[in-house]
Design a protein around this ligand. Structure first.
Ligand code: PXL
Length: 271
């Protein structure tokens, strides 16, 4: 099983490729990377972070792999800093994905009703383009509302979530997993829709939010999908993983930029 992950390297801060690689390895998945940019840190909460955009390097790497005949069982995308990269991502889907390979998109671009700091609104169209041809998409509620032009609501009911799921499905994605869903106080989880069935999994909410948890969630989902785990067990695994990571971090006041997922990973691998 070989996956290509396309997202940035945030050198410090426990998100994007620096979490995707260890998490996917722990699920037995070989992972190649196509870095979209190198940042000194992620863009949430750090001042004056540096960015090296890697758009120009992407076609060079892609063309080399095409020449080598390299192909992947899945392509998994995350944070993309530059709109010019969506054409290259679609080229990867066309030329580097095996027949029946899976194209999995986490449209990582926003949270809590706002786009991430370094992005502008053009990113939404680009993410919509790749979501529309994806086998799985993994937005949070903010991203879902931007992609579908629904109002972002903090208080909502099941009708709102079902509308988001339906509208996301109608973009063209075959399977939708919406994260950060909560219908009752004290419970949080994720909801799934594939055009036929709705499924959700909820656990006890810890009211603390950290950067990078969406990336860890998506990586756990990809690890499960590659191992052909059912969607019900996949949702449970990913939701419980994130809650364990937050519980493992929240009493450490010095660690507010991401979650301490490594100890959770180690405990699971040791079992
Ligand atoms: O965790 C999502 C993410 C990924 N990459 C970068 C980010 C963020 C969120 O802020 O800034 C560079």
């Amino acid at each position: 099983m070989k996956v290509l992950s396309i997202q940035d390297i945030s050198c410090y801060g426990q998100c994007s490729l620096t979490v995707a690689l260890p998490v996917l390895s722990s699920y037995g998945v070989e992972t190649a990377i196509l870095p979209s940019a190198i940042l000194s840190t992620h863009t949430g909460g750090f001042k004056d972070f540096t960015v090296l955009d890697l758009t120009l390097e992407m076609p060079r790497i892609i063309n080399h792999w095409i020449k080598e005949g390299i192909k992947f069982d899945a392509i998994y995308t995350g944070y993309i800093g530059d709109n010019a990269q969506f054409d290259y991502i679609l080229e990867c889907k066309e030329k580097l994905l095996k027949e029946n390979g899976l194209f999995i998109v986490d449209p990582a671009m926003a949270d809590h009703g706002k786009l991430y700091k370094a992005l502008n609104e053009n990113i939404i169209d680009g993410m919509r383009r790749i979501c529309s041809v994806a086998d799985y998409i993994l937005p949070n509620i903010t991203e879902a509302s931007f992609l579908t032009n629904n109002k972002y609501l903090e208080e909502y009911d099941e009708n709102y979530i079902n509308k988001l799921l339906n509208d996301l499905y109608n973009l063209g994605a075959k399977n939708v997993i919406l994260t950060g869903v909560s219908f009752e106080k004290g419970k949080i989880g994720a909801s799934f829709y594939d055009g036929k069935n709705y499924k959700s999994y909820f656990s006890n909410e810890i009211v603390k939010s950290y950067h990078g948890t969406g990336d860890i969630f998506s990586s756990v989902v990809v690890g499960n999908i590659m191992n052909k785990v059912s969607i019900k067990d996949t949702l449970k695994d990913a939701v419980e993983f994130i809650i364990d990571c937050i519980l493992n971090t929240m009493d450490d006041d010095m660690h507010n930029y991401g979650v301490k997922f490594e100890e959770i990973l180690y405990k699971r691998v040791k079992k």
